[in-house]
Design a binder for this molecule. Structure first.
Ligand code: TRP
Ligand code: SF4
Length: 330
């Protein structure tokens, strides 16, 4: 079986954007690939280093969310990045051979330095963010990496680092990974901007039914539709896009009602809220069950860690051998 590796930074609660943008896909991949799913807590630290207190809580909560949507620890390896030391070893090796220019030119780096003003990201570590990501991926010799489009430059860098290592040390220790670009419906936040914790416009997997209702009632609809008797433009309405993604069975009906002004926006949102609550119910129920037994979550993560360590250490050994680094245990 070919191997998949992916990761998420534990910087907050998971929301519907994560569900349709990544998790639904991860769940499917489990049946075709040997999957490694990682909580990228070192990567989170690179932006949250001034205030890391909540990272452990987010890490566990994220894993609970993964499990509740159907990530199956019997099929996939779930682990915490910082529990597997080899990531840092390989990160250091790669940082020796990555030219500064590759990192300084990286579009995600430039963009985030420019746009994220709430934190000081002008650090040595943040520049090296994609180097650590390359170590994550290459340590497991992953064939495929499911990521969003924004991560493609990091994947390209990973392949470049892979080639540079193999060429320098004349041994094919690492293999070039391919991206699995998740074809996902773009789900906007309740304010119509990209769904993101930093915009405070998310609907979270752990939100209560009341919160979901409240958030949906605040959603911006077709701004051209002012009176109930005005005909709506569902294609321009964010509420309608939620129907498309989560309640496709109601899509045609709502489209017609809206266009013919047979349904008011308040009503339309109420129906969306109850439909969404119903769809999320099994996930939230599993979530509650899982949270009753945190020891079990830790057990899953320890088993995942042990499996990850055995794969990662083997690769690290091969890399050291290729470079001719002294190892006392041989
Ligand atoms: N950088 C990724 C993100 O922000 C998270 C990540 C860390 C990752 N290591 C990875 C994703 C390895 C894929 C593979 O989404
Ligand atoms: Fe949007 Fe529904 Fe209002 Fe139409 S009726 S504009 S789809 S909220």
């Amino acid at each position: 079986m070919k191997r998949v590796l992916s990761g998420m930074r534990p910087t907050g609660n998971l929301h519907l954007g994560h569900l349709v943008g990544a998790l639904d896909n991860w769940v499917k991949l489990q049946n075709e690939y040997e999957c490694f799913f990682m909580v990228a807590d070192w990567h989170a630290l690179m932006s949250e280093y001034e205030n890391p207190a909540k990272l452990p809580e987010y890490a566990i909560n994220n894993v609970v969310d993964w499990l509740s949507v159907g990530i199956d620890p019997k099929k996939s390896v779930l682990f915490i990045q910082s529990e597997v030391n080899a990531h840092l070893d390989l990160y250091l090796v790669f940082s020796c051979l990555v030219p500064l220019g590759w990192l300084e030119r990286c579009p995600t780096y430039k963009e985030q330095l420019r746009e994220i003003t709430s934190r000081n990201l002008n650090t040595y570590g943040f520049l090296g963010y994609p180097v650590l990501q390359a170590a994550d991926i290459l340590l497991y010799k992953a064939d495929k990496v499911p990521v969003g489009e924004d991560q493609l430059p990091h994947l390209e860098l990973t392949r470049e680092i892979c080639r540079r290592f193999n060429t320098l040390y004349k041994r094919k220790v690492f293999c070039e990974p391919q991206a699995i670009l998740t074809k996902v419906p773009r789900l906007l936040g309740i304010d119509g901007r990209k769904m993101s914790k930093s915009y405070n416009n998310t609907i979270n997997l752990c939100d209560s039914q009341e919160e979901i209702k409240k958030k949906i009632s605040r959603m911006i609809t077709d701004t051209k539709r002012i009176r109930l008797s005005d005909k709506g433009h569902p294609d321009l309405c964010n509420v309608f896009s939620y129907y498309s993604v989560f309640l496709p069975e109601m899509k045609t009906e709502v489209y017609d009602w809206c266009q013919q002004a047979k349904l008011g926006c308040t009503d339309c949102k109420k129906r969306l809220a109850s439909g969404l609550i119903e769809k999320l119910f099994p996930i939230q129920k599993r979530r509650q069950e899982l949270l009753k037994d945190k020891a079990q979550i830790k057990k899953i993560l320890k088993a995942g860690r042990d499996k990850a360590i055995s794969v990662a250490n083997q690769t690290l050994k091969e890399a050291k051998e290729a470079m001719g680094i002294l190892r006392l245990d041989i």
